[in-house]
Write a protein that binds this ligand. Sequence first.
Ligand code: BES
Ligand code: MN
Ligand code: MN
Length: 459
Amino acid sequence: MDSTAPLAYAQAHQDDFVHELETLLRIPSVSTDPDHADDVQAAADWLAEHFRALGVADVEVLPTDGHPVVYAAHHPHDDAPTVLVYGHYDVQPPDPLDEWDHPPFEPTRVNGDLVARGACDDKGQMLMHVKALEAYLKSDTTPPVNLTFLIEGEEEVGSQHLSEVLDTYADRLDADLVLVSDTSMLAEGQPTVVYGLRGLAYVELTMQGPNRDLHSGLYGGAVENPINALSQLLADLHDENHHVTIPGFYDDVRPLTDEERAAIADLPFDEAHWLDEIGLDTARTENGYSILEAISVRPTLDVNGIWGGYTGEGAKTVLPAAAHAKVSMRLVPDQEPEAIYDALEEALQSRVPDTMTLTVERLHGGQPVLVEPDQPIMQAAAAALNATFDREPVFVRHGGSIPIIAEFQQRLGLDSVLMGFGLESDAIHSPNEKFGLDRYAKGIETIIHYYPELAKRLA
Ligand code: BES
Ligand code: MN
Ligand code: MN
């Protein structure tokens, strides 16, 4: 089949495609913030309306107990592969606001980049799939595959309600694979297929000491300080070799083969550039592992936030009643979030001083993912990327997490093709998030190529 007409349409309409992305980026669909619930709904409605305007007949905004899921289906064939496109229209909070050079929900073009919250993660990358379909439909070219879109509004808060949608609508979600653009490339200009993601287990800890904040002059010395104790507990979670000290933490980690380590070492990854970009000159990895191994195929534990006591202006002498921390662990195959939560909790509880109590609240988690790279749905991605970038793609495992991907495997039996166009310098979740407009265009082009490459291989 010939994709000349859709490719020409996409090229001719690139400006419109950018304008439409800007419109979507103006909707502050921050899923974690109840004050933005209407905006999240508005983003879902905008997207559904957009599908309808393209002439997609089967479009629904599926309600959930949380934010809605946008479903759209265009199935021109009785007998062709079906692609389930997954993405998310919700975004992270824009905080800290005063570090943005332009307001986060007023998309601004700067040197070929579009700067806005969600530009890369994931509105820009998600919309590329809608625009690729548009290029087919508006150039009167029947896409050589059936397409089902499932675009959710809760990815950034752990996809709590999407699993239920997968079960409820399983018959409508019948497909051959899931196609996702919500990951990044190994380097600028280096097309990348991601075949593994880390999982996640996230907890909030509260260390409780005395029943009220105390005067540190009257009580200090005889009352154990919860912030001191929590700090000690957290510090002890790593040893001098930067290994995690939770008993059993590494038990289920699938060992890397020599071939896998050699393949990682061969990847075109520039350690010095990677460090320079974040203002560091030294890395700190688990002993024995390279930077790329440490950020993609090894499990980790990190404190994300810690608070308690007095943090206002000046000095206040206080011995605080409690201390708090948020701790996340990135998991790799075959670690199970539930087992890791149990192991963490046991390790912590056994180390809590007898002067205080610790509570551990489990927030959200997700399983790690591995997809066999040597299969037609993945090779089709490599071919489509090659056609666009004129460069051989690399296959990598990435350290980020998209918890629903494991559920696509488990609940629907579907592997995911993670074909993303972000760069670490796009600063997702950070101030001044951006997406290169050249990559927005190339992503659309790649997706246009993907359908025939897939149809050819699955015929
Ligand atoms: N799209 C990201 C994940 C990602 C980014 C994977 C780049 C690979 C490369 C996703 O939106 C995200 O932010 N995931 C969260 C987990 C979620 C439960 C909040 C993460 O990885 O921290
Ligand atoms: Mn994302
Ligand atoms: Mn994200």
